[in-house]
Design a protein around this ligand. Structure first.
Ligand code: PHE
Length: 341
């Protein structure tokens, strides 16, 4: 029996010393010290011993138990220290590894140009309006005095949604004039930027989708002088003080009189060069005094109120502002292009 206890002590202590986890240690505790464990099995033989031997063996067995328990405790704290060390090593962050670079996008030059124009108009007390790209032909044409049969209403120019040409992709931002007149209190001062659609083939200067900014002011006593003064102020802020403009007569169904405004070529100063195609001037926008019939259709008395309106192409403005030669670059969203601005 003494021999058995010695063997048990040796084998159990070395097994405990090798245990790697808390679970392993618990299993060993049960194996040696549990109710059905090996030490208990040995103790069950005590009854066979003589009265002299019994206390000696009992003491020895106690020593073995104490040694086992102490060694289990000791190993347990060693194991948990080991586990902690392992976790710390596994979860360590190597701050010297180069990070993953987050590619940043880039503001589109057209929106930079739009923001500049918005700022100028906000500074003059204008409100910025937003409206639908899917529009009623009634607002895009009828309410703008472009009657049935007007060439711009043709199926070859306009994207319609239905057979009887009632719903369409707006071909201009001018229906925003009507929407403003229908919903806002007079006097009105608005600009309305947004997408417009026409059946044009894509080339260096055309796209079936492009952007316009509509501008409109209605009040008592508004004249063509207000239109010219406002637009000249905008042009000077966009292209620099002293930039010359010129107003040429034109025709739009919803303005009377109508005009187009040109700016003197910034490249050649009006002499003529490839940028202005030898003209000395670059066409910038269409404008005019709101037709009395358009005011009337919106329930505004043209004998009391008058107003002006203009429409400017945003892509072309941005192209001029940033010297971009091809319209298609504006829509391709190639970061190599965008990063240049
Ligand atoms: N809507 C016109 C166009 O697309 C531009 C315009 C707007 C002209 C407002 C006059 C007044 O060409």
């Amino acid at each position: 029996m003494k021999e058995q206890l010695k063997l048990l002590r040796e084998s159990s202590l070395s097994a405990i010393a090798e245990a790697q986890t808390g679970e392993e240690l618990e299993a060993l505790r049960i194996k040696y010290l549990g109710k059905k464990g090996e030490l208990t099995a040995i103790l069950k033989q005590m009854g066979k011993l003589s009265a002299e031997e019994r206390p000696v063996m009992g003491q020895l067995a106690n020593e073995v138990r104490n040694a086992l328990e102490a060694s289990l405790e000791e190993r347990k704290s060693a194991v948990s220290a080991l586990m902690l060390e392992k976790r710390l090593a596994d979860e360590a962050i190597d701050v010297t590894i180069p990070g993953k670079k987050q590619e940043m996008g880039h503001r589109h030059p057209m929106y930079t140009a739009l923001d500049e124009i918005k700022e100028i108009f906000i500074g003059m007390g204008f409100t910025i309006l937003d409206g639908p790209e899917v529009e009623l032909a009634e607002l895009n044409f009828d309410r703008l005095n472009a009657e049935e049969g007007h060439p711009s209403r043709d199926w070859s120019d306009t994207f319609y949604f239905d057979e009887d040409s009632r719903v369409m992709l707006r071909s201009q931002t001018s229906p925003m004039q009507v929407r403003a007149m229908d919903t806002m209190e007079l006097p009105i001062r608005i600009i309305a930027p947004g997408r417009v659609y026409r059946k044009d083939e894509v080339d260096a200067t055309h796209s079936p989708m492009f952007h316009q900014i509509e501008g409109m002011a209605i009040d008592k006593g508004i004249t063509m002088a207000d239109l010219k003064g406002t637009l000249n102020t905008v042009v000077e802020q966009l292209y620099g003080k002293g930039t010359k403009t010129r107003f040429r007569p034109h025709h739009f169904p919803f303005t009377e009189p109508s005009c187009e405004m040109d700016v003197q070529c910034h490249k050649c100063g009006g002499v003529g060069c490839p940028t202005c195609k030898g003209e000395g001037w670059i066409e910038l926008l269409g404008a005019g005094m709101i037709h009395p019939r358009v005011l009337e259709m919106a329930g505004i008395d043209p004998n009391v109120y008058s107003g002006w309106a203009f429409g400017i192409g945003l892509e072309r403005t941005a192209m001029r502002r940033f010297k971009i030669a091809d319209l298609r670059l504006i829509f391709e969203n190639d970061v190599r292009f965008l990063e240049q601005f």
